[in-house]
Design a protein around this ligand. Structure first.
Ligand SMILES: C=C(O[C@@H]1C=C(C(=O)O)C=C[C@H]1O)C(=O)O
Length: 193
């Protein structure tokens, strides 16, 4: 048979490794940005609770958050259990910041914020971030199950750390907050102890 007269250009699918890599990092970036925004609320929560006797841990509120995000995830066609798993880490990270700040303020009372925010108002802001975060999780399924997830996520978190000039406490908490974001398809990451 005669050879085809026209040599077709290489299929675009063979070319854009870098592009799909970028797309993946793009899909994970909102998760890192929103995780940092959620952690910024921990400073306000810590200030709201400081000196009031309200504990950092509020299991009733945590249950409400986890139930709400699982319900929202299910409505968006995302995995409710994996979403809740990610939020468990978000909550642990939030408490890490609160405890770190309380330690700091106990050691140096001059750093205690002068204003006490209203916890109810701060929780409204947390609810808004939660809503956006569930959407970002639902929109990032392919990036989260890709083998490039961890390096992409680390890159996104490093960008956010630099852009937001996060201190060590918030950087450690950011890493903690996204611990369960990446995982194999069809199975949620193992439950952390
Ligand atoms: C942020 C708070 O503190 C803790 C962290 C929570 C969270 O990250 O959603 C929820 C309840 C508390 O255990 C809060 O009390 O609202």
């Amino acid at each position: 048979a005669p050879a085809p007269a026209v040599v077709l250009p290489a299929s675009p699918t063979t070319v854009p490794t870098a592009t799909s890599r970028e797309r993946q990092a793009d899909a994970l970036r909102p998760l890192a940005v929103l995780s940092a925004r959620r952690l910024a609320t921990a400073d306000l929560v810590a200030a709201a609770k400081w000196g009031t006797g309200s504990p950092v841990d509020d299991p009733v509120r945590e249950r409400q958050v986890l139930d709400a995000v699982a319900r929202q995830a299910a409505g968006l066609g995302a995995d409710p259990r994996w979403t809740a798993r990610i939020f468990r880490d978000q909550i642990e990270a939030n408490k890490t910041v609160q405890r770190g700040l309380h330690r700091r303020w106990a050691a140096d009372p001059a750093q205690v914020p002068e204003e006490r925010p209203d916890l109810g108002e701060v929780r409204k802001e947390i609810n808004r971030v939660n809503d956006a975060l569930v959407r970002a999780i639902a929109a990032s399924g392919a990036a989260r199950t890709s083998p490039r997830c961890v390096p992409s996520l680390v890159g996104a978190a490093a960008d956010v750390r630099r852009e937001e000039r996060l201190d060590v406490l918030h950087t450690v908490a950011l890493v903690r907050s996204v611990r369960s974001v990446c995982g194999a398809e069809g199975r949620a990451p193992a439950q952390a102890s």
